[in-house]
Design a protein around this ligand. Structure first.
Ligand SMILES: C[S@@+](CC[C@H](N)C(=O)[O-])C[C@H]1O[C@@H](n2cnc3c(N)ncnc32)[C@H](O)[C@@H]1O
Length: 257
């Protein structure tokens, strides 16, 4: 086991895996996962809606939009339909770079790295708080003169300072050319979600890393200078999908003009 892995405190990547029905988690993660679920019963639905959004967004980008390079920051543990699988099913030559800072994701990275032989699937152990390092590492694998889909699903909520989060997005999007895209999901208290605020307080007292929700206006501000694609910033459950209900997680895709 990677010696950075801590099994005495719940970690986001592992609890997210628990909510998605995965097995890559420890007792401490399952305990916190269950306690959060008891406060906020729709959290499992949020996790599944987020992954389904990923599938639709990557499907659109690799298909209709013709994007061939993906930089997926805050990868999470391998699950069904990871970014490289969705993209390379449509475009086997797609190049995918995964980035996460969780040691357990690093331990499982090999499972992520079995992409199509025509394409590229790589893993970078880096922190979203240092976007310049991510750009430098991505630039060794991707051609940053050609469009890149920068994916930040459920990760900016771990950057507690909104100005820093904006600056991270600006740095990443400045490094990629016109025709690149930003794909983002983010929790909010503005789309219902009974118990969400209490669950986040509980999380911040018992698990790591600490999380924050954001308003529509704050999440919209991450897309400054970009063109939001239809249907704009919506519940990720209903982005290009006729969902029966909303989840308290915004989702959107925007294009760099
Ligand atoms: C909620 S999960 C989302 C996983 C995946 N993107 C999805 O939407 O299913 C957030 C992921 O971001 C990672 N993460 C959190 N803070 C990070 C940071 N500062 N730098 C890099 N990764 C981070 C966690 O380890 C976790 O794997």
């Amino acid at each position: 086991m990677n010696d950075r892995v801590r099994t005495d405190i719940a970690h986001n990547a592992r609890v997210w895996n628990y909510w998605l029905g995965g097995k890559d988690n420890y007792p401490v993660d399952r305990t916190v996962g269950e306690q959060v679920t008891s406060l906020y019963p729709s959290i499992g639905e949020v996790a599944r809606a987020d992954r389904a959004f990923l599938g639709r967004a990557v499907g659109y980008l690799a298909g209709e939009a013709g994007v061939r390079q993906f930089l997926d920051i805050g990868t999470g543990l391998p699950t069904a339909d990871n970014t490289h699988e969705v993209a390379q099913r449509i475009a086997p030559d797609a190049r995918v770079v995964y980035v996460d800072n969780d040691p357990i994701v690093l331990t499982h990275a090999r499972a992520l790295l079995t992409g199509a032989p025509e394409g590229v699937t790589e893993y970078v152990d880096a922190d979203a708080h240092r976007p310049e390092e991510i750009v430098a590492a991505a630039g060794r694998i991707l051609d940053l003169d050609r469009p890149v889909a920068v994916m930040m699903l459920g990760i900016l909520n771990f950057v507690l300072d909104t100005e820093e989060a904006r600056s991270i997005v600006r740095t990443l999007m400045a490094a990629v050319p016109s025709g690149s895209h930003l794909v983002l999901t983010h929790p909010t208290l503005e789309l219902g979600g009974e118990g969400n605020a209490e669950a986040m307080d509980f999380w911040n007292a018992h698990a790591t890393p600490p999380i924050t929700a954001r308003s529509r206006a704050e999440v919209e501000s991450f897309f400054e200078g970009l063109e939001l694609l239809e249907p704009g910033l919506v519940s990720c459950a209903s982005w290009r999908f006729a969902a029966s209900g909303e989840v308290a997680q915004f989702g959107a895709v925007a294009r760099k003009p």
